[in-house]
Design a protein around this ligand. Structure first.
Ligand SMILES: Nc1ncnc2c1ncn2[C@@H]1O[C@H](COP(=O)(O)OP(=O)(O)OP(=O)(O)O)[C@@H](O)[C@H]1O
Ligand SMILES: [Mg+2]
Length: 446
């Protein structure tokens, strides 16, 4: 759940924005004045601040910069307040949100702030590979051990981290996430460990870091492989001793935090290259969970697509529509280099583009896959296949060819160089395993 701080009166349109954000799963805190907002940011903290232009957005941003607090600020106000909007953005606000608020803009704003849009949902999973990951997550959730979550970009590492938190004894405590790659070193240090009053020239008051904010809950260190060596040492100490040193602090503060770390780098290689501390690596890697790429869990593609189709229809106030068989076949045959995030974006576009009573293949725009081995020929094509199972490659080739032929079995069998009968048997197997196979369009088929 992202934590939203609203600065301004909740009576008017700002209150409507607050309820919309709440409906998207955000936790809301409110402040009436800039000093009260700064005090909140020093204490419980927030993932995003929404500040009405009727208040001094500039003073808020200057105060935050002086105190090295990195929470993004979005200014908001009536559409006519364009001069104030420009001033706020010049002063460092990330964006301007016109009031009365638009539900889509609120959703986009939350998504940009936390990388997570919709309300908390359990991860969608049907493929045995993913069900195994979730079964293991249920086991490890109960323990307090650190978990290192690895996986390609967009595979759902943050989703899994939130799921582990929600299934743990700490579920009622805070879940705090920090992207270690997004901030320069000094800001990251302040974000993690906080500071005492007077620690540096702008430090007018004590401020808690994310470790303290996550006390009693879970702290997700995202992109942990990007942290510089000095902070790695400080992080190691915090994890080992279960206490943090605020910047300029005289004595350590005890914290009770479970650490989850995520990375799409190969941390073992980083350790070997001398860029990541081995002792920290072993602290984080007590339990390792690897999220399979979407192409390694093809049975998840359609359930995820249906889930996103419902979600984006609801979010855009459109009727819920089914994906047509041809659209399903197109999705099932794609290689998904961008994993679940790519699928989510593709379905979002399709929901907006589709015109009929169902979502057809014409609305599904996919970035063309790498040329297949058959098309490319030669060593490079074959190398792209190394590491994959013969059955998988065959299945992708057959389904891809079928969808290329709009489901015409005769033509597909011809191209594939197999008998129609052999092709039908394959199709039956794939259907039995829950895969959508392109249906024939305008052709006499099976
Ligand atoms: N199993 C799932 N069920 C539902 N939605 C999912 C699932 N996995 C991922 N998503 C969605 O896909 C998107 C990417 O997920 P997430 O941000 O967790 O990936 P990530 O591995 O952290 O990506 P990155 O490496 O880019 O940080 C999010 O919008 C998330 O809501
Ligand atoms: Mg992530």
């Amino acid at each position: 759940m992202s934590r939203l701080l609203i600065l301004g009166p909740l009576a008017g349109p700002l209150g409507v924005a607050a309820r919309m954000a709440q409906a998207r799963g955000a936790g809301i805190a409110q402040a009436d004045t800039v000093p009260a907002a700064l005090a909140h940011l020093r204490g419980p903290g927030a993932d995003l601040t929404l500040c009405h232009v009727g208040l001094d957005v500039g003073a808020l941003l200057r105060g935050m910069a002086a105190e090295r607090m990195a929470c993004p600020v979005v200014a908001c106000g009536p559409e006519e307040a364009s001069a104030e909007a420009v001033a706020a953005v010049r002063a460092g606000a990330r964006d301007f949100l016109p009031l009365p608020p638009d539900a889509d803009l609120i959703a986009a704003m939350l998504e940009a702030a936390s990388g997570l849009g919709g309300p908390e949902v359990a991860p969608v999973a049907r493929d045995p590979a993913m069900l195994a990951v979730l079964a293991r997550a249920a086991q490890v959730a109960r323990a307090d051990a650190s978990v290192l979550i690895t996986g390609e970009s967009g595979t759902g590492k943050e989703v899994l981290a939130r799921h582990i938190h929600a299934a743990s004894r700490r579920a009622s405590g805070p879940f705090v996430a920090l992207n270690c790659a997004a901030l320069p070193e000094t800001l990251l240090e302040s974000e993690l460990f906080g500071h005492e009053k007077g620690a540096f020239s702008g430090a007018v008051a004590m401020r808690k870091g994310k470790f303290e904010q996550a006390d009693g809950g879970t702290l997700l260190l995202d992109e942990v492989g990007e942290m510089d060596p000095r902070l790695q040492a400080k992080l190691l100490r915090a994890i080992q001793e279960r206490e943090v040193d605020r910047l300029g602090g005289m004595r350590p503060v005890r914290v009770d935090v479970r650490i989850l770390a995520a990375t799409n780098r190969d941390l073992v290689a980083e350790v070997r290259a001398g860029r990541f501390r081995e002792d920290l690596y072993f602290r984080l890697d007590v339990v390792r969970m690897r999220l399979p790429a979407l192409r390694e869990r093809v049975a998840d593609i359609l359930p995820l697509a249906e889930h996103f189709a419902r979600r984006f229809a609801d979010a855009n106030g459109l009727p819920r529509r089914m994906l047509s068989p041809a659209a399903r076949a197109t999705l099932a045959a794609h290689r998904w280099p961008g994993n679940v995030r790519e699928l989510e974006n593709a379905v979002h576009r399709a929901v907006l583009l589709a015109e009929g009573h169902e979502i057809g293949p014409e609305a599904v725009e996919l970035t063309p896959a790498e040329p297949s081995a058959a098309a490319a020929g030669g060593a490079t094509g074959v190398e792209a296949l190394v590491g994959r199972k013969v059955d998988e490659v065959e299945r992708d080739l057959i389904i891809g060819t079928l969808s290329h032929c709009l489901g015409n079995r005769t033509r597909a069998a011809e191209i594939l160089g197999i008998s129609i009968r052999a092709l039908r048997n394959k199709i039956q197997d794939y259907r039995a395993s829950g895969l959508a196979v392109p249906a024939a369009h305008g052709y006499a088929a099976d």
